[in-house]
Design a protein around this ligand. Structure first.
Ligand code: HEM
Length: 108
């Protein structure tokens, strides 16, 4: 499903307590999300990850849009033991939109 980046910017408000994206974005409670799509899981410099995400990254898994959608639907099911304390985005449309928004900060 194609997402709408503008609508995704509004969805991202649910993430902003913990994540920054864009120019000068810094790690907060969660890692900065510039370039996240296509990147190796758990590879943002200076961020201390849970072992479950660190292990996925060590195996070479990357944040494809599909993996990201699965994670965002139910973070704690996708990655048991994750320290991302977020219930998830239940609606497929919200997941697609926030992913489209994040894609605007990721090189294709
Ligand atoms: C990790 C996205 C909401 C805290 C991540 C990662 C992504 C992400 C893509 C993995 C980053 C990587 O591999 O480098 C999002 C999005 C959100 C959201 C799109 C909103 C829809 C939140 C909220 C919190 C949070 C609300 C805090 C309450 C964290 C933490 C991690 C993380 C602590 C590291 C998890 C770990 O090491 O297990 N998030 N997040 N996130 N996020 Fe979020």
């Amino acid at each position: 499903q194609e997402g709408d980046a503008e609508k995704g910017e509004r969805v991202f408000r649910k993430c902003q307590a913990c994540h920054a994206v864009g120019e000068d974005a810094k790690n907060k409670v969660g890692p900065a999300l510039n370039g996240i799509i296509g990147s190796t899981i758990a590879s943002v410099e200076g961020f201390s990850y849970s072992s479950v995400l660190a292990d996925m990254g060590a195996e070479g898994k990357t944040w494809t849009e599909e993996e990201l959608a699965a994670f965002l639907e139910k973070p704690r099911d996708y990655a048991k033991g994750t320290k991302m304390a977020f219930a998830g985005l239940r609606k497929e449309e919200e997941r697609a939109n926030v992913i489209a928004y994040l894609a605007t900060f990721s090189e294709e």
